[in-house]
Design a protein around this ligand. Structure first.
Ligand code: HEM
Length: 151
């Protein structure tokens, strides 16, 4: 259980921290590049980060439910923070899938077809949806940490 808990925390750091880096550091840094290179660099960074999330997301869900049932014996034995985390964790997963199969797929297709304007529009949508997921991720961490000590 301790190992699962540590994996859960490492996953949260990689996922939420990765989104914070992307929105707060990478995006403003990319603005210094001319638009075509900006899109290419943005796509290259997203390709790598989304691969990380494809691994982290199942680990978060699997370790979360393992802790829920192994540690607390199910929803009835868990505090309010675990119930909220379950909801926001599932929402984060749904938003990630919506990004991946929505604007991210459109962005890759537009780049492959040389449609810079469409790629830029899709890139903007990816950014907006990642910002939503970053806020959900921060809320999840705040709730999880707050509720842990009975707040
Ligand atoms: C996917 C986004 C998620 C993030 C970012 C996240 C984050 C965290 C963090 C930071 C903690 C440590 C809080 C503490 O000090 O105990 C934690 C604990 C925990 N998480 Fe998650 N979690 C997520 C999803 C889930 C899901 C879907 C479940 C399933 C119900 C879950 C179940 C748990 C449980 C049972 C604990 C231990 C709670 C405790 O020690 O009181 N988590 N999570």
């Amino acid at each position: 259980m301790t190992l699962l808990f540590v994996l859960h925390l490492v996953g949260a750091v990689l996922w939420v921290g990765g989104m914070a880096f992307g929105i707060l550091a990478m995006r403003p840094a990319l603005a210094t590049l001319p638009p075509p290179q900006r899109l290419e660099a943005s796509a290259a960074a997203h390709r790598r980060f989304f691969l990380v999330v494809w691994h982290v997301m199942p680990v978060m869900l699997a370790t979360g439910y393992a802790l829920l049932f192994g540690w607390f014996g199910g929803f009835a034995g868990a505090g309010w923070h675990v119930h909220v985390m379950n909801l926001t964790g599932l929402l984060m997963s749904a938003v990630f899938l919506a990004i991946f199969f929505g604007p991210w797929r459109r962005m890759r297709a537009a780049l492959a077809a040389g449609e810079a304007a469409d790629a830029a529009a899709a890139n903007n949508k990816v950014r907006q949806m990642v910002t939503v997921n970053l806020l959900l991720g921060l809320l999840t961490v705040i709730v999880a940490g707050w509720g842990r000590f009975g707040g």
